[in-house]
Structures are given as structure tokens and as C-alpha cells.
Design a protein around this ligand. Structure first.
Ligand code: NDP
Length: 326
């Protein structure tokens, strides 16, 4: 190898143990690309789906899509970036490595004073939370909103963004420690859904009216209760499935639940144009630098411990965002 770097390699799909530290050749930036030294790589649920082969990728591959770091080299035809710039990204395959190639159109210039850790932790989940509260269902002052797994990476961000728009948050969590974190992030009410029935809890807290929107990234174990928690014509934003996939749904159930709306959104469809990507990044980072959103990094792992990070995330043991530090 001419210029070996450390990277996590998946040679066969499977459990966390297939994430092995290895050496790969340093990538070279082609036209329209940047070569970046990764300061921090974000760990996301989608990485676990790639690792398990739920979303197939050609083997071997370096997992990860998100991170922040310093530009080492600029490919041909790139304008607006120079060596030494700090950038963050949500969509550059192979980010679990010391260096990664980032398409210039996917690179966001990190505002001065924002550390790599914060920028890497903010991107994928922050942009997702942003589109969920602005576009999937535009939260209005006075709306009551149900956020599942409110102390998770997505949950803490959703809670803060809903509060910033004047909404009231009912969060669900599994433990007392997670309840404290959700309340610190602004949740008005927290239900420990492993101990009490959250559907009854939502009924009691809303005087039987239900919520305007449920942000549900948990999936299989919460889906039925989420439907039952909606107000008439409410929106169920099923954005993930940390507990497993939801079985097929009969559309008639949406009628029975009160002419409700069900959507299964993805980030890619909300940052597809440079304008939309830029708008969401700008608003997110303005909220961070303005102190309106705080980013909680719940765990930092050396690159070699990627398997442990996945084990902890899937084992329901984590809060906030997990990062790999190459
Ligand atoms: P989290 O930090 O929220 O971790 C997952 C949480 O889900 C756990 O901490 C746990 O919280 C809860 N949970 C409930 N049941 C289970 C279970 N059986 N196994 C594991 N966890 C469980 O993860 P992320 O913030 O990274 O992601 C949350 C969801 O958002 C994922 O489904 C992910 O795929 C999705 N996502 C979707 C995107 C999109 O655009 N559609 C983009 C980004 C993320 P508790 O212990 O409190 O129950």
C-alpha cells in the first residue's frame, strides 16, 4: 500500500463483530471531491443496517456516512473550498476511517468555533430533526407532539427543535436517567413506556384529544400505540425502526384512527437540492451557535472500538450521539 490509513472494514455482513480495524489505501479526491482528515465520524442506525446487510452494499466496504474534519486536498473543478477548511457531511460513504473523500456538494463549511465533535454529531440527526419539524409536519406554537426515545440522538434534537417552535413535547424513554435527560432537553412530560402504557399516558395528558404529530423512530413496538395517540387528522412520522420493522399496514387503519396521515420519510429526499441542503444546515448551525440547540455526545469511541459503539447503540444503552474518533 502506497499510503495506508486506518479504517473499519466490513468483509462479511453480520453482527458488530464484523467491524474490523484494518488498513486501506488513502483515497484520492476526483473532480468535484475533497479529501478530508476525519476528526470525528458519526455513528448512525443506518450504519447498523449496512453492517447487517439490510441495505446491501458491495463487500468489502468501509461503513459510516457522517463526520467532520479538515480538508487535506481539493479535487479538480472544486470551488469554495481550500486545504485546511473545516467541513462536515452527512453523506460520504466510508467515514469510519482516518481519511474520506467527500463530494464538495455534500460538504458544509463548519462555522468558526464549532468543534469537529459537535459538527459531526449534529449533521445527520440534526438535519433529520430539522426536516421532521419543518416539512414532514410543520410544528406550530401550541401543538402537542409525541417524541419516542426522547433521550436518544434523534430524540434530544427533536425535543429541542419542537420546543424552539413553540410546541409542547411528551417524550417516551425507558429509564429514569433517560427521563432526566429528556426533561433537561425541554420535554414537558415524560412517560417511561417500558413501565406504563404510553397511549393511556398521552390520553390523560391531552384530555383525550391526542397529539398533532408522533415522531416515531422506534417502529415495531410503538407503531400501534403511536397511531392510537394521534388527534383527528394527525400525522404519524415513522422515521425509523430501532425496535424492528413495522409489518404491512392496512390503509383502512388510518381511517379508523381519525383520518390520520402516515409517512415514512428519509433524509436524502429532504437535502436533494443544494438550496435545501444549505438552508437546513444554516438553520441547524445557527441554532447551535446561537445556543438554542445543544448537542449531547453520549459516547466517544476510538475507531478500533466501532463494534462496541454498535453493540451499545443496538443494546439500548446509549443517550445522545455516538462518535468514533480516528
Ligand atoms: P437512538 O439514540 O434513538 O437509539 C435508539 C433508541 O431507541 C434506544 O436508545 C431506545 O431508547 C429506543 N428503543 C426502543 N426499543 C428499542 C429496541 N428494541 N432496541 C434498540 N433501541 C430501542 O438512535 P438514533 O437517534 O441514532 O436513531 C433513532 C431512529 O432514527 C433510528 O430508527 C434511525 O434509523 C432513525 N433515523 C432515521 C432517519 C431518517 O431520515 N429517516 C435519519 C436518522 C435516524 P429507550 O431506551 O428510551 O427506549
Amino acid at each position: 500500500m502506497a499510503n495506508p490509513i486506518d479504517a473499519i472494514l466490513v468483509r462479511a455482513t453480520g453482527g458488530p463483530e464484523v467491524l474490523e480495524l484494518g488498513k486501506v489505501d488513502a483515497p484520492a479526491p476526483a473532480a468535484g471531491e475533497l479529501l478530508v482528515a476525519v476528526g470525528a465520524a458519526g455513528v448512525n442506525y443506518i450504519d447498523t443496517y449496512h453492517r447487517r446487510g439490510v441495505y446491501p452494499r458491495d463487500l468489502p466496504f468501509v461503513p459510516g456516512a457522517e463526520g467532520a474534519g479538515t480538508v487535506l486536498a481539493v479535487g479538480a473543478d472544486v470551488t469554495g473550498f481550500a486545504e485546511g477548511d473545516h467541513v462536515a457531511w452527512a453523506d460520504a460513504p466510508g467515514s469510519y476511517a482516518q481519511q474520506v473523500v467527500v463530494p464538495a456538494k455534500a460538504a458544509f463549511p463548519v462555522p468558526g468555533g464549532v468543534e469537529d465533535d459537535t459538527a459531526a454529531a449534529a449533521m445527520l440527526q440534526g438535519l433529520t430533526a430539522h426536516y421532521l419539524v419543518t416539512s414532514t409536519y410543520a410544528v406550530k406554537p401550541g401543538d402537542t407532539v409525541l417524541v419516542h426515545a426522547a433521550a436518544g440522538g434523534m430524540g434530544l434534537l427533536l425535543t429541542q427543535l419542537v420546543k424552539a417552535r413553540g410546541g409542547k413535547v411528551i417524550g417516551t424513554v425507558s429509564t429514569r436517567e433517560k427521563e432526566t435527560l429528556a426533561r433537561e432537553a425541554g420535554a414537558d412530560e415524560v412517560i417511561r413506556y417500558t413501565e406504563t402504557d404510553f397511549v393511556q399516558g398521552v390520553k390523560d395528558l391531552t384530555g383525550g384529544a391526542g397529539v398533532a404529530v408522533v415522531y416515531d423512530g422506534v417502529g415495531r413496538t410503538t407503531f400501534d400505540g403511536s397511531l392510537a395517540s394521534l388527534a383527528r387528522r394527525g400525522v404519524l412520522a415513522l422515521f425509523g425502526a430501532s425496535s424492528g420493522a413495522v409489518p404491512p399496514v392496512d390503509p383502512q387503519r388510518l381511517n379508523a384512527a381519525g383520518s390520520v396521515f402516515l409517512t415514512r420519510p428519509a433524509l436524502a429526499h429532504h437535502i436533494a437540492t443544494p438550496e435545501e441542503y444549505r438552508w437546513r444546515c444554516d438553520e441547524l448551525f445557527q441554532a447551535i451557535t446561537g445556543g438554542r440547540v445543544s448537542i449531547r455526545v453520549g459516547g466517544r469511541y476510538p475507531l478500533a472500538d466501532a463494534a462496541k459503539a454498535h453493540t451499545d447503540l443496538e443494546g439500548r444503552r446509549t443517550t445522545g450521539k455516538l462518535l468514533l474518533i480516528p
